[in-house]
Design a binder for this molecule. Structure first.
Ligand SMILES: CC(C)[C@H](C(=O)O)[C@@H](O)C(=O)O
Ligand code: SF4
Length: 428
């Protein structure tokens, strides 16, 4: 019987010819990742069991990304635990503050490659499926086990397929395709499933936008999100891979629990209103909503292409006087590239606040927390109550073009209200 890309990766990593949905396997991991919030818990678990080594320091990534540069004494102490552990165990992929968000750094630096099996103590570890890896989030205790043994226990997920036909309208991005998906199937629509995306509209997307799609698989409950590698993936990976990679593809007769087929040319830029990523509305039905803050950043949409599109909108414009617009490049190299391209000047001239790479306001951590009753439009991935600050604040999720346009008009706006298509063509 044919296998899906997810099943093939899991079979190879568990030393089996075939695996079946529902089967329990023990798989070897290519990379175990944790951050400043979750790594200390894993480290304490290792200590509790008297384990004083990691299975392979070259296959561990520890990233200080969430509350850094330390926002208070507690976060300073969390970071200190991770720093000392990384030093002691000679962890190869240790990224201190300012290097960026784990989900941006690892694919960008070729530390995760297609065909890898990656687990991370962070729910958005699923991001790496955008380049054809199997990647999933686990709890800190599972991560501790993986750090000690190099293995993880997994139940093989059933696969669901999402096919997007057609060409995208202007200003529609990968973010809108995943918001559409979550809006259609709900936040538990893919519970413990492998979400496989394909079709012309997916093939047309850059790798960065594919990473955005896989990043939000968890918002539909998915075990992983995955897009089979193609020539664009190979080009992206060839330029940065730190190790060999392996391309897997689903067999034509692979089994799917469900297959969804959508005409991508009919999709508008979308906005997920509070308080669920599935509460999706077209931007044209959201323009009455005024905002206090706009946030461009996070592991969902803080990559260079996202900043470029935001800069296209903000160039020569001013952020609305009642809005603060916060721009946080998702990694140091995105930041440097944005500096080189003059994007940071565009943002600062427009009146944005630009910060060093960190998760920041995405999880209401620091660098832009919302007060009671305030509304923020954000390029991030979650809008639960209190996600970005006060329990009675509101977060709206959208693509970076919509967020930038909203920053200018002070209310949720379609990018074409701010920039004409001719201007878009000139600048891209
Ligand atoms: C801090 C971490 C455990 C958390 C996650 O797992 O997703 C965070 O990154 C988030 O986005 O809420
Ligand atoms: S940017 Fe947001 S979603 Fe991504 S890892 Fe950080 S807190 Fe989690």
């Amino acid at each position: 019987m044919g296998m899906t890309i997810t099943e093939k990766i899991l079979a190879d990593h568990s030393g089996k010819k075939e695996v079946y949905p529902g089967e329990l396997i023990t798989a070897k991991i290519d990379l175990a990742m944790a951050n400043d919030v979750t790594a200390p818990l894993s480290i304490k678990t290792l200590e509790k069991y008297g384990i004083d080594r990691v299975f392979d320091p070259d296959k561990v990534a520890l990233v200080l990304s969430h509350f850094v540069p330390a926002k208070d004494i507690k976060s300073a102490e969390q970071a200190k635990i991770v720093r000392e552990f990384a030093k002691k165990h000679k962890i190869k992929w240790f990224f201190p503050e300012g290097e960026g968000i784990e989900h941006t750094i690892l694919p960008e630096q070729g530390i995760v490659v297609p065909g890898d099996l990656v687990i991370g103590a962070d729910s958005h570890t699923c991001t790496y499926g955008g380049i054809g890896a199997f990647a999933t989030g686990v709890g800190s205790t599972d991560l501790a086990y993986a750090l000690a043994t190099g293995e993880i226990w997994l139940k093989v997920p059933h696969s669901m397929k999402f096919i997007f036909y057609g060409k995208l309208k202007p200003w529609v991005m990968g973010k809108d395709l995943i918001l559409h998906t979550i809006g259609q199937i709900g936040v538990d629509g893919a519970l413990y499933k492998a979400m496989e995306f394909e079709g012309e509209a997916i093939r047309d997307l850059s790798i960065e936008q594919r990473l955005t799609i896989a990043n939000m698989a968890i918002e539909a409950g998915g075990k992983n999100g995955i897009i089979a590698p193609d020539e664009k993936t190979i080009e992206y990976v060839s330029a940065r891979a730190k190790k060999p990679w392996k391309i897997y593809q689903s067999d034509p007769d692979a089994q799917y629990l469900e297959v969804y087929e959508w005409d991508a040319s009919k999709i508008e830029p979308l906005v997920a209103w509070p308080y669920l990523p599935s509460n999706v509305h077209p931007v044209s039905e959201s323009t009455h909503i005024t905002i206090d803050q706009a946030f461009i950043g996070s592991c969902t949409n803080g990559r260079i292409e996202d900043l470029r599109i935001a800069a296209t909108i903000l160039k020569g414009k001013k952020v609305h006087p009642y809005v603060r617009c916060i721009v946080i490049p998702a990694s140091k190299s995105v930041y440097q590239q944005a500096l080189r391209e003059g994007l940071i000047d565009i943002f600062i001239d427009a009146g944005c606040v630009v910060s060093v790479s960190t998760c920041g306001p995405c999880l209401g951590g620091h660098m832009g927390i919302l007060a009671e009753g305030e509304r923020c439009i954000s390029t991030s991935n979650r809008n639960f109550p209190g996600r970005m600050g006060h329990p009675k604040s509101e977060a709206y999720l959208a693509n970076p073009a919509v967020v930038a346009a909203s920053a200018v008009l002070g209310r949720i706006a379609h990018p074409e209200e701010v920039v004409s298509l001719e201007e878009l063509e000139v600048s891209t």
